[in-house]
Design a protein around this ligand. Structure first.
Ligand code: LRH
Ligand code: MN
Ligand code: MN
Length: 430
């Protein structure tokens, strides 16, 4: 029996207030979509089956390089974090898994599994951390990790990744995400070729230790913390990594890890075409790796990414099952509310992409009708699919309006009385 952190009666009472309005809005949308030959029930079913993982590190208040302003009732450790993740899933019914970061979330794996089971949560990809030094660690990652010039430092970084796989095996994860901060701040500081050779050799050792039913995701990022060069800087390098390592190695696309104006949806299409799209870290950004809430800045771009995913689904691309994960940092909002809203935005983009008239779009493309091709996408994007999202949540036992239900529940106030205020202070949060 799943332990619920928010009383189910409260969710039901909140839904009762909104059920009649939702019913009529859902029917009206159903009728409008039927006129376009779209079956609302089919879309609602697909949306209900679409899930995205919450990052354990996202439920605490984030920070910048300059400061961190803690919120109230912040999780004290991974068990509190899992409680918060369970609230997000209870209300959205869209986030049944959590992605852990080691060593931040390192505790006894059996206890992790038991806590996850009690809350009805599973575990998505494990994330290793060789971009900062853990207390007591023998060698520093100040000058790199998997690509470090020193073999013993590289070996330590490999060993850490193997430990992440072991923890992941014990809790039912099936993937490891590797993001490294390795790079350089000055021209000449690092030999690009040698650094990448060392990285590939280290990753090959990790790949060798990967169970058969696991996937290894490498995550590229253009810059930061290194500001002149980065070892895994873009999707081209990432593709080379995945291609060199083997079939279980795939590319992870964090939406915030590209230069402004990069055509990310096109990168997604390319990786799909060549069988190397592993998954996503969803978030939004204006300038760099801003880690803002999904859909907060460029919802149309999120839709265009999903348009590629649905196109692949529609074409029946073999073995296509990218991992959907969120990677955000919440500095000015309640992290639970931001993650609830982000999960909904991601589902919204999916629902809108599902109602694109693909046959008509293909015809316009073949006829070189640029205007009408664009209009065909826009028509789907402009549809207000909120009733579909709300109905999917309601049917699964979630909340019609999950942020409102969260606020009414008083959850944050309750945990604030149990959890001491955490330290404010300088930055250092990536
Ligand atoms: C790096 C990154 C990566 C880390 C996370 C905390 O910027 O996106 O995914 O694991 O942030
Ligand atoms: Mn990321
Ligand atoms: Mn990032």
């Amino acid at each position: 029996m799943t332990e619920f952190r928010i009383a189910t009666d409260l969710v039901a009472a909140e839904n009762d207030k909104r059920a009649a309005a939702l019913k009529s809005e859902y029917e009206a949308l159903g009728a409008a979509l039927a006129r376009r030959d779209v079956d609302i029930e089919a879309v609602t079913k697909k949306v209900s089956e679409f899930f995205v993982a919450v990052p354990s590190w996202g439920v605490g208040t984030g920070g910048t390089r300059f400061a961190r302003f803690p919120g109230t009732g912040e999780p004290r450790g991974i068990f509190d974090k899992l409680d918060d993740c369970a609230v997000i899933h209870q209300l959205t019914q869209a986030t049944p898994t959590v992605s852990l970061h080691i060593p931040w979330d390192k505790v006894d794996a059996k206890e992790l599994k038991a806590k996850g089971d009690a809350l009805g949560l599973g575990f998505d990809a494990m994330n290793s951390n060789t971009f900062s030094d853990a207390p007591g660690q023998a060698r520093s990652y100040k000058y790199g990790s998997l690509s470090h010039v020193d073999a013993a430092t590289r070996a330590q970084a490999v060993e850490h990744n193997l430990e992440c796989i072991e923890i992941g095996k014990a809790i039912g994860s099936k993937a490891l995400t590797v993001w490294i901060g390795d790079g350089s701040n000055f021209p000449g500081q690092s030999n690009f070729t040698k650094a990448f050779e060392r990285y590939l050799a280290a990753m090959a050792e990790i790949y060798k230790a990967l169970p058969d039913d696991w996937r290894l995701f490498s995550e590229h990022k253009m810059y930061e913390p290194a500001f002149y060069s980065t070892v895994v800087q873009d999707w081209g390098t990432n593709y080379l990594i995945a291609q060199t390592l083997g079939p279980k190695a795939l590319c992870l696309v964090d939406l915030g890890h590209h230069a402004p104006n990069t055509n990310i949806e096109m990168i997604v299409a390319r990786l799909i075409q060549f069988g190397k799209l592993g998954g996503f870290h969803f978030n939004d950004s204006k300038y760099g790796d801003d880690d803002l809430d999904a859909g907060a800045i460029e919802p149309y771009r999120l839709f265009l990414v999903f348009n590629e995913l649905v196109d692949a689904e529609h074409r029946g691309v073999k073995g296509f099952h990218p991992a959907h994960m969120i990677d955000q940092s919440h500095n000015v909002t309640d992290p639970i509310e931001s993650l609830i809203s982000s999960a909904n935005e991601i589902r919204r983009a999916y629902a809108q992409a599902l109602i694109v008239d693909r046959k008509t779009l293909a015809d316009y493309q073949d006829a070189n009708d640029a205007l009408m091709a664009s209009e065909t996408l826009k028509r789907a994007y402009r549809a207000d699919v909120e009733p579909i999202l709300a109905e999917a949540r309601r049917r699964a036992g979630g909340a019609i309006d999950p942020v409102a239900a969260f606020r009414t529940s008083g959850y944050r106030k309750k945990v604030a009385s149990e959890r001491p205020v955490s330290a404010a202070g300088g930055g250092g949060i990536i």
